[in-house]
Design a protein around this ligand. Sequence first.
Ligand code: 48F
Length: 257
Amino acid sequence: MALDEIIISRAIIERFFQKLTANLDTDVAIVGGGPSGLVAGYYIAGAGKKVSLYERKLSIGGGMWGGGMMFNEIVVQKDALHILEEFHIRFSKYQENYYTADSIEAMSCFAAGAVQSGVTVFNCMTVEDVMMRPERVTGLVINWTPVDMAGLHVDPLTVRSKFIIDATGHDTEVVKVVSRKVPGSLLTPSGKIEGEKSMWADVAERQTLENTREVFPGLYVAGMAANATMGGPRMGPIFGGMLLSGEKVAKEILKRL
Ligand code: 48F
């Protein structure tokens, strides 16, 4: 049978719009497709909840693909190995409490695991604002990344979600917009973003987990965004904290859904 270009186009258009429409109202909307966002999505969707994930770039994966300084290996400590196992990622011991994995294998498995557990990923979409009500944050304001890049004056669209996770890494983009534009204070010591501190891997990894929490009604932080919001240091290419943070935020939100 001869292939018809119009059927190909119609198939893509119809399927995409079904996906978009089905995700206008979700249980959890995750901003950022780095390791913490993907792990969070995997566990929440795996528990049967509806999860959408918005990623600004063409590809998900955030800062994991490049390992450390483009040496494409990552380090993961013992406490987080169960998450590598859950995603069928191979790893090997380097020395006591230091394990390594190929960053390409790791990220490919996180991406596949999240999508196959039911997370709907929207790539090339930038979250530029939130939807608010007097008591909480209730959704996200989204637009095509190329609209932003080209500086086009195009209004965005809005999606609703019971909970939002800011997993945007160092930039804490959702928390920043909430701090700037939503009345009220963040649930941080100063009521504002505390700001990321310089490198201290050991402290940073522990604090990432402690800092993974609700920082405004309806809005959680995970991964590097948790430390940047709460004033923790950075940790570089050790990823256990990112993975455990994704697992923790999923557990916390599932308790409330
Ligand atoms: O930075 P990223 O990988 O976040 P993470 O899960 O992991 C951090 C580590 O990669 C590393 C580190 C730990 O060793 O410090 O940096 O905390 O992924 C964040 C993703 O969010 C996307 C961004 O493109 C990246 O893929 N992102 C950022 N802002 C927006 C966004 C936005 N406004 N809308 C949509 N996506």
